[in-house]
Design a protein around this ligand. Structure first.
Ligand SMILES: [Zn+2]
Length: 370
């Protein structure tokens, strides 16, 4: 089977997060050279494929079979892949059944014919697009408990920006969600002296709070900005002052700042105001050493295959790479161009998928050659 045939098979599964729609079973059967472990938690299915070739390093690919719902307005059925002008159209074509098909094909080929002398694993979850509570994190827990945590990780998310080969991700920003509720005393607009107006309290300090940078970033990270996402209060009328005003915000933070820096900033700015703060760290930032074997090997094989010098980036949202990093695995991400993910008529270039499978194969084959 060729990688495009495999991709077509994977695209037919209606694997809307966190349901794998039987795809993990299909993959386990297809990858019959590998030992399989099913890690199931809270109804979420995850699959580990692993094979030991020798005493060398343990390299692990990571991916997800789940996709976001297709939504309306597609030109053809989102789960019946359509080929046109060198592209395949289907939900998950870029994010990330293409990466998954490429890593499965590369691993299968390596299992049959290899120079690789370590352990090769694949971790496939059906819980990446949702909460991610029982996905890759649960699998890595299982691997740690059973003594086969990998040393190196490669995630096949679509990382390229404009040209295939232009971007490798070597870290990700964290994400902190916050809600500040300013408490006041509701009353008649004609008697402001008898009210405590939380909107007026907010007005005094808002400029110091919003659009503030917790740090100015560095060579690899953009500044960690406070971004306001919602402000609301009041009853939708002109003659009653609000009881409370609620401000919601998000910070994509670099490793230079954390939730304690944010708390310090807020308590300074809101000093003297009656408020409540609710902060939630939804993911922590990480950066992989760019001299790590995984980054160097990727730079080498991507450069050869694409004739591009990839930038080493940390932009975008979070990904499951953060879980690998939390377990001390040196992790990087590389996959196809990301320009239609989560959109109507999501599509992937056939040529890119074929090259990606070759890149993953070359990476495995070179991974024990210093
Ligand atoms: Zn994805």
């Amino acid at each position: 089977m060729q990688v495009i045939e495999l991709l077509n098979e994977l695209l037919r599964f209606k694997s809307i997060t966190p349901n794998d729609d039987g795809a993990l079973n299909y993959i386990a059967m297809f990858m019959d050279e590998f030992e399989t472990y099913n890690v199931e938690e809270n109804g979420v299915k995850n699959l580990i494929l692993t094979k030991r070739f020798g005493d060398g390093v343990h390299l692990c690919f990571g991916g997800h079979i789940d996709v976001v719902p297709p939504g309306d307005g597609w030109d053809s059925d989102a789960f019946s892949p359509r080929i046109s002008d060198g592209y395949i159209y289907a939900r998950g074509a870029q994010d990330m059944k293409s990466g998954l098909a490429a890593m499965l094909m590369a691993a299968k080929l390596s299992a049959q014919n290899t120079n690789f002398n370590g352990t090769l694993s694949l971790v496939i979850t059906s819980d990446e697009e949702g909460e991610g509570l029982y996905g890759t994190k649960s699998v890595l827990n299982f691997m740690a408990k059973n003594g086969f945590l990998p040393q190196f990780g490669l995630i096949g998310e679509p990382t390229c920006d404009k040209i295939f080969g232009d971007c490798i991700k070597v870290g990700r920003r964290g994400s902190i969600n916050g809600i500040i509720t300013i408490k006041g005393k509701q009353g008649h607009a004609a008697y402001p002296q008898k009210c405590i107006n939380p909107a007026h309290e907010l007005a005094r300090v808002f400029g110091d709070f919003a659009a503030y940078n917790l740090d100015e970033g560095d060579q690899r990270f953009e500044p960690s900005k406070i971004v306001i996402t919602d402000i609301r209060g009041g009853m939708g009328v002109c003659n009653v002052t609000p009881e409370n005003v609620r401000i919601m915000f998000n910070v994509r933070n670099s490793p230079l700042s954390d939730e304690n820096d944010l708390k310090r900033h807020i308590s300074k700015v809101f000093d003297g105001i009656d408020y409540e703060l609710d902060l939630k760290v939804s993911s922590k930032p990480f950066i992989t050493d760019i001299n790590s074997k995984i980054v160097r090997a990727l730079l080498d094989v991507v450069g050869r295959q694409c004739h591009e010098v990839p930038t080493l980036s940390t932009t975008g949202g979070t990904s499951d790479a953060r879980f690998f990093a939390e377990f001390g695995v040196a992790v990087a991400e590389f996959g196809v161009v990301n320009d239609t993910i989560h959109k109507v008529n999501e599509r992937v270039s056939i040529e890119q998928v074929q090259k990606l499978a070759q890149i993953y194969y070359d990476l495995i084959e070179r991974f024990n050659v210093e």
